[in-house]
Design a protein around this ligand. Structure first.
Ligand code: EPZ
Length: 419
């Protein structure tokens, strides 16, 4: 298994281009199953999770080609079987987003239960309950969700928990259902809006995406389209924190500042000076030590849980003491235990971590446990004295395109050691 060696102490300087959003690309690639003619998707990040989704579609017999311009062209008309096998789903739980499209377009889907992961149990009860309410006949047996439906029928759905992929699955299923579907307490993430825009470009009738009430008018069929995925707001936030934690000066381009409000507020509270353009953000923390900032995660537009680990890293060397509270997932503090190995002063009380900033961290071997935790360990390694070794970085490769190249472009001393 590959690992990263990071020699800390260099303030980052320079600019990086932000890639397409993983959490928009995955449901959008799944949504191509709904179209009765080929669809082309651009600005797709080159990530393990995207490769897994492409492999999943290919296993079903869907034809997927990657053009020389890295556009992904999908033609679902060649589909052979509506199955998402355990061996693929267990490597990427987001595979669950093929369930709604398969059921709506082909009337059947056998999708492996995703199972839990490092950050929590990750149940999919809201996906299943919602599809049942739309008229699907669903049995859970031998670790699979076996779903059948002649035609789904629109209805009013009230989600008791805000779920991103749950909202996405149900919105996709509703596009081909009979009549109107209303999704109350829907997720408002930009990736949900991007998926809705993709579906609308295929002829779907959707209103309210981005609010907590989405209304879908079912249509008979959806046609192919050509669409580019929005920029990744979590990658954007991660590189801004990289600039802040190293007291550097970085500029990210090809991003959407309007998707980062909660993160930008916290970066300013930490003492960063920010310049903001239509598609770029510049952060200046030169010659300053960040100030500690309290974090409490929440569904969008609240502070993103996917940025919690990165701000935990920032707080480990900040001036002062901060409380980091995780309200979305039940076990998303694994990175805190690893950061203690670097000398961080962290006390965990339930779903809150009290972080007292220290003058400096010192390098040590640390282990990545999940995608964003691994990113936070890389950030900590950028400031730790000495060379930090981050193990199991396959977690990173799932969600960050060319992370060592982009950080090296900003002046970081980082090297991938093939394992
Ligand atoms: C999406 O996961 C993202 N993944 C996650 O990003 C992100 O952390 C999460 O949303 C929250 O923003 C993708 O979009 C591919 P949820 P998802 O359903 O949809 C509970 C990353 O790092 N819940 O919004 O799986 C659940 O347990 C990943 O890129 C149920 O109880 O998350 C959690 O407590 C990590 N029943 C809460 O809802 C359900 O049926 C939010 O989960 C579904 C969810």
């Amino acid at each position: 298994m590959d690992k990263l060696h990071i020699r800390g102490g260099t303030p980052l300087e320079g600019e990086v281009r932000i890639s397409g959003a993983k959490n928009a690309a995955l449901p959008i690639l799944a949504a191509t199953l709904l179209a009765d003619s080929p669809a082309s998707v651009g600005n797709v990040p080159h990530l393990r999770d995207v490769t897994t989704m492409i492999e999943l579609l290919g296993r079903m017999g869907v034809s997927v080609t990657v053009t020389d311009k890295m556009r992904i062209e999908v033609d679902a008309s060649t589909i052979r079987e509506c199955i998402a096998p355990y061996e693929l789903v267990r490597t990427m739980r987001a595979s669950i987003v093929v369930l709604g499209p398969l059921l709506a377009r082909f009337g059947k889907a056998d999708v492996s239960l995703p199972g839990g992961c490092a950050i929590g149990a990750r149940p999919v009860n809201l996906h299943v309950d919602g599809l049942r309410a739309l008229g699907a006949d669903i049995h859970i047996e031998n670790g699979y969700i076996r779903a059948r439906a002649d035609r789904l029928v629109g209805t009013r759905l009230v989600l008791d928990t805000v779920t991103v992929t749950g909202t996405e699955n149900l919105m996709m299923a509703a596009t081909l259902a009979e009549g109107e579907t209303v999704i109350e307490n829907a997720a408002r993430e930009p990736e949900v809006v991007d998926l809705a825009n993709f579906l609308i470009s295929m002829g779907a009738k959707i209103h309210g995406a981005g609010t907590d009430r989405i209304v879908v008018e079912g249509v008979k069929k959806l046609h192919g389209t050509s669409y580019d995925v929005l920029p990744d707001r979590i990658e954007s936030g991660t590189y801004l924190v990289a600039g802040a934690i190293t007291s550097g000066h970085v500029r990210i381009k090809g991003t959407r500042p309007d998707h980062l409000d909660a993160v930008l507020v916290k970066l300013r509270d930490a003492g960063a000076t920010l310049g903001i353009g239509p598609n770029w953000i510049e952060l200046d923390m030169r010659n300053r030590r960040p100030r500690a900032v309290d974090i409490r995660t929440a569904p969008y537009p609240g502070f993103p849980t996917d940025m919690q680990a990165q701000f935990a890293a920032l707080n480990t060397i900040a001036e002062g003491t901060a409380a980091v509270t995780e309200t979305v997932f039940e076990n998303r503090f694994m990175h805190m235990l690893e950061m203690r190995r670097l000398g961080a002063d962290i006390r965990i009380e339930g779903n809150t971590a009290i972080i007292h900033g220290v003058e400096k961290l010192t390098a040590a071997p640390v282990m990545a446990t999940d995608l964003r935790a691994s990113a936070s360990l890389v950030l900590a390694g950028l400031v730790a004295e000495g060379t930090t070794e981050v193990l199991r970085i396959y977690h990173i490769d799932r969600g960050y395109e060319c992370i060592e190249e982009k950080l090296a472009q900003l002046g970081a001393h980082i090297k991938r050691i093939p394992g």
